[in-house]
Design a protein around this ligand. Sequence first.
Ligand SMILES: NC(=O)c1ccc[n+]([C@@H]2O[C@H](COP(=O)([O-])OP(=O)(O)OC[C@H]3O[C@@H](n4cnc5c(N)ncnc54)[C@H](O)[C@@H]3O)[C@@H](O)[C@H]2O)c1
Length: 377
Amino acid sequence: MKKITVKLKTNPYNIILSAKEADFISNLKKLQDLSSVFIITDSVISKIHLSKFKNLLIQNKFIVKTAVIPAGETGKSLKSLSFLYDSALKNGIDRKSCVIALGGGVVGDCAGFFASTYMRGIRLVQVPTTLLAACDSSIGGKTAINTDGGKNIAGTFYQPYFVWLNTDFLKTLDMRQIRNGLAEVVKYAFTFDNKFIDYLSKILEIGIITEQNFEYIIYKCCSYKADIVQKDEKETRGLRALLNLGHTLAHAIETHTKYNKFLHGEAVAIGLLFAAQLSVYKKLCKQEVYDEILSILRHCGLDPQSPPFSIYVFSKEIAGQNKKSNIAALVNLMKKDKKSVNSKINFTLLKGFGKAQSGYLIDDKTLYNQLKVFFNT
Ligand SMILES: NC(=O)c1ccc[n+]([C@@H]2O[C@H](COP(=O)([O-])OP(=O)(O)OC[C@H]3O[C@@H](n4cnc5c(N)ncnc54)[C@H](O)[C@@H]3O)[C@@H](O)[C@H]2O)c1
């Protein structure tokens, strides 16, 4: 078992990296006066992992209730939230209960929002089941749901009691979901660590990612995230905003395509490459940084310039009849992003290999022109 502590002043917590169920149970038993656990999962995971997970808790004498939200980004909605409030009340979930978010980022974000607001807040444990959630979304306490107006428009900061990170869950993920998670891994490498870029580049060139590689990658990403979160829990010091590298455009793309064309990581891959292009344009870094990010994304199977992924599909759509209005729509969506300041769009950009900086305000015209170059329209 490995343990990373997120050393927050008020509510520090542990990320437990272990494939042993006993490690999870012993941590859960530390929650005092627990009346019941409320497992929230989605319609795909419920068919694969829910019954074993539920039985584990029942065998250990917990009172267990469950709720299943729709799988995929559309599950992160007001409708799901409303369903969860009703279901919790019907199941007798009270202030001494604990929510267990069993799933990817969608379940984690939605269940986290629910836990932070139900009866003014009940306890939360995150059990990530995707690579993306293991490396990123299960840690740090950001919760959210999407609205028609945009991605993550409603949300809270709400830290879990602990995170149980068991890589066995990841064994049932398909390749597209693995690639999806790798996009956030690439983000960490380019944001923080030149050596991590080299490590990724080496294993991706070999083409086989072993279980040990995954464990190392997840450990590295969790360590970076824990470090940033403990220094800037509520994104008020500009540090946590570093983790937004690639996300400004990614969120606009997800909203523009109504969450049904790209996985989050695929949109992030597009956003990472665009952030690199913008960084080169602003003379913050050299062309070779752009080239390296492109090469790594290509090795991850997130090649933005070939089918079936990302920019290729998207640029075909963007370059279609409505190309000008598509790009204008993206710019408008980015302006509505919560990171925007006085309608200028706030970007995290690259100053070199493994070196990101937040707070670059980009005006509409520059952004519009750079997007035109990017999508080759
Ligand atoms: N809170 C944060 O800090 C933060 C950070 C990054 C991303 N996010 C959010 O995370 C979400 C994306 O998360 P995601 O990529 O995990 O997507 P997801 O939760 O939609 O999971 C992807 C798909 O994989 C399925 N799945 C999950 N675990 C599985 C398993 N073990 N085996 C087989 N299938 C499985 C799910 O049912 C779903 O269909 C986005 O909404 C994004 O905004 C949040």
